[in-house]
Ligand binder design. Structure first.
Ligand code: SAM
Ligand code: SF4
Length: 487
């Protein structure tokens, strides 16, 4: 029998800590500050253990996962990292290595092949349905290095033939020979990091080596090499950018007919904030600009022969897709909401769903060097994380795929939360699923966290549950009086 936290206990130290942490996270999240501290991590340390683990300790976890009946419910992603860059862009959130010599690259290729061989022994028979090479800058490899590294990956792992096999190129280091080498290794999609076509912005972010001529000739060469998909990536929210400069880059890129444009919303890193002197108050202007760009793209896309997929100002990435491309199949993601990622090469990360998340800490793969930083993943946390992410993005939760993926009935597990959110008038539920009623990001963020905090109260805070009155108090303290009161 669960006890219920009465309203007089609404000032418990746990709730006070939750409120403080939540308010801080909301500010960071609204500003898109790069941070692993999502609202779920408020109490995350109660659910995970972080420790060093040798490759020998991780490999059996893969075998257990793929040996279980659950394996067919997962999407399997193979990710390979090439961490080198010619120079570091000031906004970049990735761990990259600058100034590597050819010998450093050769050593990296050798080490990564050793890592591939080691894990492949535990993954025989597993079919990967996505293969992605990112970085850093994979196009800094020579055609021969590409053949050695990617050749080993396709020999050692079973990658389905017609699936997404994608590689990232930088326009300034793209050559026809490198594109052909990647095509020969089976890649069907190439993605060019462009960020902006404005020379002033590129110089400001330390990317002045990239010109519009590089970008145009790289996209043309990729079409000529026969890639089925040629994508370009841009960033919104860079300091010095404006809606008209940004839309001008989009229009000029579209002249080269890429199959899609991925538009990343800038995650602010501490380094970029320091370099540009950004404080939360003065960055608000850019967030407004991002919303304005989203509206303009939605209006302009059909005239340009593209459609804008699933875009909203709170969603971290928008895709402008060329009209003649197949419409994305959202049902696959709904049917198989969970994925396992095998990340190879340092510092890529891996995720064994329901078991562990890990990242290699050292670059050499000798028996003494193959050490990873690992977090155990509790299944309850993965469910809460999944729900929270879907709800704050405004996506629907389908009951049947949820049961298949997590082996538990959504309505039974979250009876209390569903009743609460209905009582607050925040969700719409039908026989197949639930979704949030239209509301703003702050509210979705707050109410999405209800799935998490109730679970946490049930399992750790003496089995006490939050009553609607306590939640209303939290809501008043966090969102302010304007939003409190029953609907
Ligand atoms: C590994 S990079 C792409 C390949 C290559 N290094 C390049 O820049 O051309 C992947 C993408 O991540 C995006 N990115 C990097 N830092 C980011 C940040 N702080 N916020 C959002 N997106 C970011 C950039 O748009 C970039 O194109
Ligand atoms: S954006 Fe690309 S080129 Fe620039 S530092 Fe990041 S990974 Fe390297």
């Amino acid at each position: 029998m669960q006890r219920v936290l009465d309203a007089s206990k609404a000032r418990s130290p746990e709730l006070d800590a939750f409120k403080r942490r939540w308010a801080e996270l909301l500010v960071r999240s609204k500003l898109n500050i790069r941070d692993d501290l999502r609202v779920l991590n408020v109490l995350w340390d109660k659910f995970h253990i972080e420790k060093a683990a040798a490759a020998e300790e991780l490999a059996p976890l893969w075998r257990e996962t793929f040996g279980s009946p659950k394996a067919s419910r997962l999407r399997h992603v193979l990710y390979l990292n090439v961490p080198f860059c010619a120079q570091k862009c000031s906004f970049c959130k990735f761990q990259v290595r600058i100034g590597a010599s050819r010998a450093d690259v050769a050593r990296y290729v050798d080490d990564t092949i050793l890592e591939m061989k080691f894990f492949s022994k535990f993954l025989s028979g597993v079919r990967f349905n996505m293969f992605q090479v990112g970085g850093g800058t994979p196009s800094l490899l020579s055609p021969e290095e590409m053949e050695r590294l990617f050749g080993a990956a396709v020999r050692l792992y079973d990658i389905d033939a017609d699936v997404f096999r994608s590689i990232e190129f930088h326009p300034a280091s793209t050559t026809k020979e490198k594109l052909l080498a990647a095509k020969k290794m089976g890649f069907n999609r190439v993605s060019f990091g462009v960020q902006s076509l404005s020379p002033r912005i590129l110089a400001r972010v330390n990317r002045g080596d990239q010109t519009e001529a590089h970008v145009r000739s790289a996209v043309r060469a990729a079409h000529a090499a026969g890639f089925a998909q040629v994508a370009v990536e841009l960033i919104t929210g860079l300091c010095g950018d404006s809606p008209s400069i940004f839309i001008d880059s989009v229009r000029r890129l579209i002249q080269e007919k890429p199959t899609s444009l991925s538009i990343n919303q800038l995650n602010l890193t501490e380094d970029y904030m320091r370099a540009e002197g950004i404080r939360p108050t003065n960055y608000q202007r850019y967030r407004g600009m991002i919303a304005h760009i989203c509206d303009r793209l939605r209006r302009e896309a059909p005239r340009l022969g593209y459609f804008l997929k699933d875009a909203s100002p709170v969603c971290g990435i928008w895709n402008l897709v060329r009209e003649d491309q197949p419409r994305p199949d959202a049902s696959r993601q709904e049917q198989q909401p969970l994925y396992c990622t095998l990340g190879l090469g340092q510092p890529s990360w891996s995720r064994i769903t329901g078991k562990a998340w890990y990242q290699r800490t050292k670059s050499d793969f000798s028996p003494q060097g193959r050490i990873y930083m690992m977090r155990r993943l509790a299944p309850a946390m993965e469910i809460a994380e999944y729900l929270h992410n879907r709800l704050i993005n405004g996506s629907r939760i389908q009951f049947q795929p949820f049961t298949v993926a997590f082996g538990t009935d959504f309505r039974e597990r979250y009876e209390l939360e569903i009743a609460l959110l209905k009582r607050f008038g925040k969700i719409r539920a039908d026989t197949e699923g639930i979704s949030f009623l239209p509301t703003d990001f702050t509210e979705r963020f707050f109410y999405g966290s209800m799935f998490f905090i109730q679970q946490w109260m049930k399992t750790t805070a003496g089995g006490e549950l939050l009553t609607p009155e306590v939640i209303d108090g939290l809501r008043r303290d966090i969102l302010g009086p304007r939003r409190s009161g029953w609907n």
